[in-house]
Design a protein around this ligand. Structure first.
Ligand code: ATP
Length: 303
């Protein structure tokens, strides 16, 4: 568990984090989403005590806080941050790195071989990391954190440079870790992936963390209350506005128009299907607002 208590981080006159108060629990996957430079890494750095906040504190289990070096050592036994690719030693192999992490966190050596197998790293793990591609290095960094096997795992852009198959493999392994009761916090721009796996998603706004459900009511529930239409003509939008004034329209920068229905009754859904098909509109789907939509709406990429 992490209890973030009134954390403020100020650089110059800018409050990157402004009096943040939130709890994250074991067995949860938390997604942090925001444009570049809004404070995701800053928050993780405060949780790791790499950065001392201007005010506030972070509490962990057994009432532990970063009040001394001894406490920091205790906390870092169960909280870890995924290493960065620049932390790798080019002259050592991937296996050397995994052994080092297993030793530092006192993990079972069996976990090294299991992780290598799950992440399909067998063909390269004994070579020096200086010879690895970007995706190979990224998988190794992830593997190192899995081998550390801490109760709380934080990852900044874990999916960077990974192909779709590896994104899926890593996502499944993360789900397994979550089921084991780990608390996983991920900052990511891979919104489809986060939406699929995260239990709670927070967006940053002017130093505050905002729950996605507060932005659009019931965001995480699968109720059909939205029709997403690609390239909807202006005259159809006007027709729709006149015939169905209670349906709110929102057109995003990517030319996707969201039609927000006041309720999700089957009769309204079939009425809307008929309306669109009669106007030769076929590129649409019913669903919920996606995290990609929500992001575009929230960060004002609306026409
Ligand atoms: N040590 C520092 N001194 C001054 N400003 C800083 C410092 N660290 C971060 N910042 C500023 O704080 C803001 C938030 O940075 P942060 O690294 O947390 O962003 P982020 O959301 O993680 O971005 P990205 O998606 O690019 O990783 C940025 O404007 C950054 O320039």
């Amino acid at each position: 568990m992490i209890d973030i208590q009134n954390i403020t981080v100020q650089f110059g006159d800018r409050k990157v984090l402004n009096d943040i108060e939130i709890q994250f629990n074991q067995g949860e996957m938390i997604g942090l989403v925001a444009p570049n430079g809004t404070g995701k890494s800053t928050l993780m750095n405060v949780i790791m005590n790499y950065l001392t906040p201007t005010s506030g504190k972070v509490g962990f289990r057994d009432g532990l806080v970063y009040s001394s070096k001894t406490n920091e050592v205790k906390i870092h036994q169960f909280v870890s941050m995924m290493p960065d690719q620049s932390d790798l030693y080019n002259h050592l192999s991937g296996r050397d790195h995994l052994k080092m992490f297993a030793m530092m966190w006192g993990s079972d050596n069996k976990l090294i071989d299991e992780t290598i197998e799950v992440l399909n790293m067998g063909h390269y793990v004994n070579k020096k990391t200086g010879t690895y591609s970007l995706g190979m290095r990224q998988r190794l960094c992830f593997a190192m954190q899995i081998v550390a096997n801490t109760e709380i795992m934080m990852m900044d852009e874990v999916m960077n440079g990974l192909d779709p198959n590896n994104v899926e493999i890593i996502s499944r392994l993360l789900m397994k870790k979550k089921a084991e009761g780990k608390l996983i916090i991920i900052a990511s721009h891979l919104l489809d992936n986060l939406e699929k796996y995260a239990d709670r998603i927070f967006l940053f706004n002017e130093g505050k963390l905002v729950d996605a459900n507060e932005i659009i009511d019931g965001f995480s529930h699968a109720k059909i209350k939205t029709i997403r239409v690609k390239n909807l003509d202006e005259y159809i939008k006007r027709d729709l506005q006149q015939s169905y004034p209670s349906i709110e329209q929102q057109t995003l920068m990517n030319d996707m128009t969201l039609l927000h229905l006041p309720h999700s009754e089957a009769s309204l859904l079939s009425e809307m299907t008929t309306f669109l098909v009669e106007k030769d509109v076929t590129d649409f789907n019913f669903g919920k607002v996606t995290l990609n939509d929500l992001y575009a709406i929230y960060y004002h990429e609306v026409i």
